[in-house]
Design a protein around this ligand. Sequence first.
Ligand SMILES: NC(=O)c1ccc[n+]([C@@H]2O[C@H](COP(=O)([O-])OP(=O)(O)OC[C@H]3O[C@@H](n4cnc5c(N)ncnc54)[C@H](O)[C@@H]3O)[C@@H](O)[C@H]2O)c1
Length: 385
Amino acid sequence: MVVGVLGAGTMGAGIAQVAAQNGSEVVLVDLNQEMLTKAENNLDKVLARLVEKGSISEDEKINIQGRITYSTDVHDFKSSKIVIEAIVEKLEVKHNVFANLETIVSQECILASNTSSLSIASIGSVLKNSSRVIGIHFFNPAPLMPLVEIIPAVQTSQETLDFSKELISSWKKVGVICKDTPGFIVNRVARPYYGEALKIYEEGLADFATIDWAMTTIGGFRMGPFTLMDYIGNDVNYAVTESVFASFYYDPRFKPSFTQKRHMEAGFYGRKSGRGYYNYAEGTVLPQANEDKVLGQKIVNRILAMLINEAIDAVFLNVATKEDVDLAMTNGVNYPKGLLKWADEIGLNNVLMQLEELFHEYGEDRYRPNPLLRRMVKEGKHFFN
Ligand SMILES: NC(=O)c1ccc[n+]([C@@H]2O[C@H](COP(=O)([O-])OP(=O)(O)OC[C@H]3O[C@@H](n4cnc5c(N)ncnc54)[C@H](O)[C@@H]3O)[C@@H](O)[C@H]2O)c1
């Protein structure tokens, strides 16, 4: 079976590697020959390192390399069973590309998009046979991150969904199914990790280092929110927040932060620009956290309650099952525990109490507890046994 991948940038090159490592024949197409050469050279380096570590043999390396054909011509997708598009995040460009792809591929070929933020229904609207469109959203770096969000649009057929699920599991990835809604699962549920941390900072309750210390040392998260935003890039993270906020018709839960906007405007993108919330210049001493346990616990409780409320909303609105919401957060962004499992452990009544306290103190809609949470507390229910 031949898998087509369109776009040989960060994501496309990674997806091609995943497919080839798992035995699929791959045609990787990019308009730009330089990107193809770069992808090929990078893969050679990555595979050489895997041979050095003993993870794969020299023969396997040669086989993997041999499974990928690099091309600048989309007509080479002719015999593909599926094409996964990973080009620029612009709806108009994706529309043109999908309409053109349909004139090249077979009747049965599935057309998937790796988009992070665009609607799959809209991408598929340009197709004559839109039942073949689907979202297949990998996380960066694709070869290392286990999660893949699979997003059927309203037009997607059951066969398209079944094939995609099977393909992703044959590539040994954790596939979760989610509704075609803004941010899918991860980019929606994770918003408060950044947004609430920024709000706590803006109120002067704690500085970046203290919030990061609380979330890692007390909360058990792998990276604090400010370190993580610096790692992702404030330009990228701010753009996602703005897009989710607009897509949810300006629901105050997703309101972006001026602090992040100003950092972005100043070019303080984070690690890649040498400065973000922290200064990464050589020899700079990172600021010390205020390791006050009471303050730290307060910070963790507040951010965690907001994250759990968002995870519950995804279940309440049937964006995904409770199992898939938890799998998404542990496999897509390395959360130490699934948020719903965590909610059970803390006690749903305690989560509700925390949100009600915030709601009463601030009188802001962003703190409104989800109706499903209220209902479950009333009925004494848990998410899992
Ligand atoms: N970078 C991430 O962390 C990430 C994570 C998940 C999903 N995504 C999504 O994946 C997609 C690609 O993102 P990326 O970060 O890999 O981008 P990128 O800029 O690294 O790569 C895009 C590639 O597409 C090529 N391209 C552009 N227009 C083309 C066309 N019409 N035909 C063929 N090739 C074309 C470019 O030459 C470039 O090589 C976007 O939709 C993005 O939202 C990105």
